[in-house]
Design a protein around this ligand. Structure first.
Ligand code: GUN
Ligand code: ZN
Length: 435
């Protein structure tokens, strides 16, 4: 069994700084003992060095860098790695002009396999160790994504997109094939190592009532399985949805009617919500996922983080690549800070880092395994260098507090600030091609 002792400055959270004063643990000269992909002990380097348990462990010294839990991205689209940075449109035109034609290419297994490896390598390079991903509508591309995550030992939640209308033939399934393909992928991959399946109706516009029914049937067969979709991202999207589902009280009601709400349900965007929708999301425990780079890029609107929290809704923060414009959770927090500025709301540096780590783990109901540095958790870790670039190094000369350092990382940091990413204790940088 490989045992590794990682030395560095350690920061981890046990509560949300936006809600609780006693929320984090910071160890200036800390050490993490990792054995078989699991965190075995955490403490000051001095304290651990005196204990028998570290005997035989190989020490890796990351000082002066900061070791934090691996970032978690709770909403991202795997088949959009070549859609990112497509010019000039809002949501529905962007889907039709760029996204659906690109996703149609994932019917080709060779293409999907190459992109799956590239996608996961990008995540790891940017410090992300768990993602909740939309695949394309093809069973084979979803299979390729799970295989690539399995090879890397990565924690991945992913779903074959269900979509049976209002898109080109090459990305459409049917209510029955969407159900059958999901079932086949569930039996092959769900609960296999660190992999989980998510029931993934793309959004109300691209699913017929029959397909929503099939998604609801899956959700009732597998009550603890994640469900992921999109909700109230764009005003034209909401109008069209209500035309397609004229009996629905509002957009959320479409999903509610088919039994798709609950604490394992993750709804991307949630920008233009009505009062009833907010109340119902809170009552059912449905999660809202903030995607700031995407919301600005597609001109969708400004997420109301404080309002949803006050209503009792748990929120995550995600990249939403390729509507989103960066794989980096640091850059996502940067844009999130600015969106909230425009809302007159404040995101403190500690609350920001908590959100991308333990906060997102809570949104996924996976905080018992990921998002924190404590014994028993998976050893998914990121080593952050706050002087990674010349502009960062200059600013770092004037840092006085940990919060200032975190804010520097949040505003100027990106993949260049990721000195190392550990996936289940395994160092992943420099990126080694695995398939
Ligand atoms: N709504 C439905 N599909 C998508 C997608 O791929 N990206 C975004 N941002 N919103 C969507
Ligand atoms: Zn999305």
């Amino acid at each position: 069994m490989t045992r590794t002792l990682l030395r560095g400055r350690i920061l981890t959270f046990h509560a949300d700084p936006a809600e609780t004063e006693d929320n984090h643990r910071y160890i200036e000269d800390g050490a993490i003992l990792v054995a078989d992909g699991i965190i075995e002990a955490v403490g000051s380097h001095d304290e651990l060095r005196r204990q028998d348990i570290i005997k035989g462990a190989i020490e890796i010294d990351h000082r002066p860098h900061l070791i934090v839990p691996g970032f978690i991205d709770p909403h991202i689209h795997f088949p959009q790695v070549q859609v990112i940075a497509s010019w000039g449109t809002q949501l529905l035109d962007w889907l039709n002009r760029y996204t659906f034609p690109e996703e149609a290419r994932y019917a080709d297994i060779d293409h999907a396999t190459r992109m799956a490896g590239a996608f996961l390598d990008q995540l790891v390079a940017h410090g992300t160790t768990t993602a909740c991903a939309f695949s394309s509508s093809h069973r084979g591309s979803t299979q390729a994504l799970f295989e690539a995550a399995d090879v890397r030992g990565m924690s991945l939640i992913a779903g074959k997109v269900m979509m049976d209308r209002n898109a080109p033939e090459g990305v459409l399934d049917t209510a029955q094939s969407g159900y059958d393909d999901s079932k086949a992928l569930i039996s092959r991959w769900h609960g296999n190592g660190r992999l989980r399946f998510a029931i993934t109706p793309r959004f109300a516009i691209t699913s017929t009532p029959e397909q929503m029914e099939a998604a609801g049937a899956l959700a009732s067969e597998y009550p603890s399985m994640h469900v992921q979709s999109h909700l109230s991202e764009n005003l034209a999207e909401i109008d069209y949805t209500l035309q397609l589902y004229p009996k629905a009280r509002d957009y959320l009601d479409v999903y509610e009617h088919y039994g798709l709400l609950g604490q394992h349900t993750l709804m991307g965007h949630c920008i233009h919500l009505r009062e009833r929708e907010i109340a119902r999301m809170a009552e059912t425990g449905t999660r809202a996922i903030f995607c700031p780079t995407s919301n600005l890029f597609l001109g969708s609107g400004l997420f109301d983080a404080d309002g949803l929290r006050a209503a009792g809704i748990v929120s995550g923060i995600a990249t939403d690549v390729g509507g989103g414009t960066s794989y980096s959770q640091l850059q996502t927090l940067n844009e999130g800070y600015k969106v909230l500025q425009l809302r007159g709301q404040q995101l403190t540096p500690l609350a920001a880092l908590h959100w991308a780590t333990r906060g997102n783990a809570v949104a996924l109901s996976m905080e018992d395994r990921i998002g924190s540095i404590r014994p028993g958790c998976d050893a998914d870790l990121v080593v952050l260098d706050s002087s990674a670039t010349p502009d960062m190094a200059l600013r770092a000369e004037r840092l006085e507090t940990l919060s200032e350092e975190l804010f520097l990382l949040q505003i100027l940091g990106d993949d260049r600030s990721i000195a190392q990413t550990y996936v289940a204790g395994r160092p992943m940088k420099p990126a080694r091609p695995l398939n």
